[in-house]
Design a protein. Structure first.
Length: 258
């Protein structure tokens, strides 16, 4: 518009033109444009209920192509672990110092067993983890649904956690650097393991998808609760890789024409 846009300027036609223009010029995915439209829509609705605009939004979002969620197989995660075990350097600040070759395997395995997000992973408190019982409390303030969650982890993970265990350290897996720095370090491990794909965003999130997919294979229907989702469709659309979870083929059960 050539000036600052006010909420009073919003119109369904403006949103349609915005979506079309970004799709043609910015070369972004419809999912990304729809996300931004949802944010605008939320502001618009808030303004309507506050009495600042006189009508609700009615514009349509773009049609999205739904792709199969892409998770890593357990063999691929094994390759990632071997790359992590050879990581150089340290994760450190003034009060602690952890070898990267021990921090990364512990972090990857804990994330795989629990399915928690990266942001929650680095905020787990040492006092909330019981290595003997192999349980950990994930506090609600670190989770999207704001609810406490008690999770379990494997003997394999417990062994890795013991290597970095310090009862005096506040956080179990502290990361005292920026998120971009963690992303760069993780990409190096993926490169070493032959897993990095620049066309796929959210590489760390694939560990969470693997946890959901293998959990679904073991106990169908469990992944929604395991990931803390409130609706099943979100789990199926974005997290469960059917190549891992497996699905009974209806074709094999159909009567065959003679």
């Amino acid at each position: 518009m050539g000036r600052i846009v006010r909420i009073s300027d919003f119109s369904d036609r403006m949103m349609a033109e915005l979506a079309k223009g970004r799709l043609e010029s910015d070369e972004v995915r419809p999912q990304t444009i729809n996300r931004d439209l949802r944010h605008i829509q939320a502001v618009w609705r808030f303004a309507f209920h506050a009495g600042d605009v006189d009508k609700l939004p009615r514009f349509r979002k773009l049609k999205e192509t739904k792709k199969i969620p892409n998770a890593w197989t357990v063999e691929e995660i094994g390759r990632l672990l071997r790359a992590a075990e050879s990581a150089s350097g340290w994760v450190q600040c003034e009060s602690f110092s952890i070898p990267a070759s021990k921090w990364w395997p512990a972090a990857i395995l804990f994330a795989y067993d629990t399915g928690i997000r990266r942001s929650a992973l680095t905020k787990v408190r040492t006092a909330d983890v019981d290595i003997r019982l192999r349980t950990a409390l994930i506090r609600g303030e670190t989770r999207k649904d704001a609810e406490d969650l008690l999770v379990g982890f494997s003997v394999q993970t417990a062994v890795e956690l013991e290597k970095i265990w310090d009862v005096h350290r506040e956080l179990l897996l502290p990361w005292p650097y920026t998120w971009p720095h963690l992303t760069r370090k993780f990409r190096r491990l993926l490169d070493r393991a032959g897993l990095y794909d620049p066309s796929i965003r959210g590489q760390w999130h694939r560990i969470r998808r693997s946890r959901a997919s293998y959990g679904e294979a073991v106990c169908p229907g469990s992944a929604t609760a395991d990931l803390g989702h409130s609706v099943r469709w979100l789990t199926e659309r974005s997290y469960i890789d059917p190549r891992i979870a497996g699905r009974a083929s209806i074709v094999d059960k159909l009567p065959r024409p003679l």
